[in-house]
Design a binder for this molecule. Structure first.
Ligand code: SF4
Length: 417
């Protein structure tokens, strides 16, 4: 049977986005394959090493979330990464054979840095009340720069700011701060503000938290996580594909250098959840816009009532457009099809009000979450018993990992203890 491995970093309680993007898929996988699902607590340290006081509680919450959703320790092996020290040993040995450039070129490492720097720049400019409006929309970036005076649209400005930053960030020489400065000034931002922003980026703390060996090398640890169990397949989102490729390259390199121990795992492409948060942005704890699996029915109702709807629909008598409404995106997932069709028609004819529509959604969301809540209550009452399942899973995983490490040490001709 195909061996599948997947993990999640314990960074807090799970929300609907996690459910749709990961858990739902795992529920199907555990029925078909030999699955191992692990809580990747060492990976959580790669950028959260300063605040570890929540780590244990986050691991506990993750166990409860998984089990209450139906992830079943009788069907899949559930374990905690740091309970299998062999992952660290294999990661160390892999780090000896992994060229540094493979990691530095890893796109997700660069992208994460890019996003941190860009977000900082945006927040900084917003704090200085910098708004430049571009109108009419320019044909090209160069045209935008040359036209960047007068009253123009801020959204387009943001787009071009991102492009400018992208060009500066991905230049051959690393981050080209000089170019970034020039472009921001051309966009009409005061020189003083630009200089302060760029100086902060150059010399400040932005992104420093991930300037560690651990963060740079986390794909090596990931390769060890996967290969130590000789997994055949790893469910991943598109953004994780380069990591799987790196794992395959490390496996190939090891097999060529020493002995053919590792299979090259394949990526099982899974679709990322497109469910937005209640404000329309990506659902995320940091945006405070998520609906959690552990939210009470009252909290869910309150959050749904806060959701953004069609912005053009101001009065109850205005016809709405469900295509641009966040509430409707949720209906598509959590409301029975007939009702979705009915809401679609009624919204367009102004035959249903947004409050009524949201109440229907809240009820359906609660119908979906109720069994999860029930199971959660039961687990919380007998937590040690359920924690034990993870300890047993960890033992089971360790037995397999030790077996692989015996082969690895032998292949590498290391001292045998
Ligand atoms: S009626 Fe429903 S779908 Fe239509 S705009 Fe209001 S909340 Fe959105």
């Amino acid at each position: 049977m195909k061996k599948v491995l997947s993990g999640m970093r314990p960074t807090g309680k799970l929300h609907l986005g996690h459910y749709l993007g990961v858990i739902k898929n795992w529920l199907q996988l555990q029925e078909k394959y030999e699955c191992k699902f692990f809580i990747a607590d060492w990976h959580a340290l790669t950028n959260k090493y300063k605040n570890t006081e929540d780590l244990k509680e986050n691991i506990r919450q993750m166990m409860i979330d998984w089990l209450s959703c139906g992830i079943d320790p009788e069907k899949a092996t559930l374990f905690i990464q740091s309970g299998v020290k062999e992952h660290a040993e294999l990661a160390l040995l892999f780090s000896m054979i992994t060229p540094k450039s493979w990691l530095e070129l890893n796109p997700s490492y660069k992208d994460l840095k890019f996003n941190l720097y860009y977000q900082y720049l945006k927040d900084f400019l917003a704090g200085k009340q910098v708004k430049i409006l571009l109108t009419p929309p320019p044909e090209s970036f160069e045209e935008a720069v040359s036209k960047a005076t007068g009253k123009q649209k801020s959204k387009i400005f943001e787009e071009y700011l991102r492009e400018a930053f992208h060009r500066a960030f991905y230049s051959q020489k690393g981050i080209d701060f000089k170019y970034l400065k020039e472009v921001l000034i051309k966009l009409g931002i005061q020189k003083k503000i630009v200089e302060e922003a760029v100086k902060n980026l150059e010399e400040g703390d932005v992104g420093k938290d991930i300037d560690t060996l651990g963060f740079l090398a986390y794909p090596v640890l990931q390769a060890a996580d996967i290969l130590i169990y000789k997994a055949d397949a790893v469910p991943v989102g598109e953004d994780q594909l380069p990591h799987i490729e790196l794992t395959r390259e490390i496996a190939r390199r090891f097999n060529n250098l020493y002995d053919s121990i590792f299979p090259e795992p394949e990526a099982m492409l899974t679709e990322e959840s497109r469910l937005p948060g209640i404000d329309g942005r990506k659902m995320s704890k940091s945006y405070n816009n998520a609906i959690y699996l552990s939210d009470s029915s009252e909290t869910v109702e309150k959050k749904v009532l806060e959701m953004k709807t069609d912005p053009q629909r101001v009065r109850r008598t205005d016809p709405g457009n469900p295509e641009v409404c966040i509430v409707f995106q949720y209906h598509r997932i959590f409301t029975p099809e007939d009702t979705v069709k009915e809401i679609d028609t009624k919204c367009r004819k102004a035959e249903i009000g947004c409050v009524e529509c949201k109440k229907i959604l809240a009820e359906n969301l609660n119908n979906f979450l109720n069994p999860i809540r029930e199971k959660r209550k039961e687990i919380e009452k007998n937590l040690p018993e359920y924690e034990k399942k993870f300890m047993e899973g960890t033992e089971k995983a360790r037995a397999i990992a030790s077996e692989t490490m015996l082969q690895v040490r032998k292949a590498m001709k290391l001292w045998e203890f």
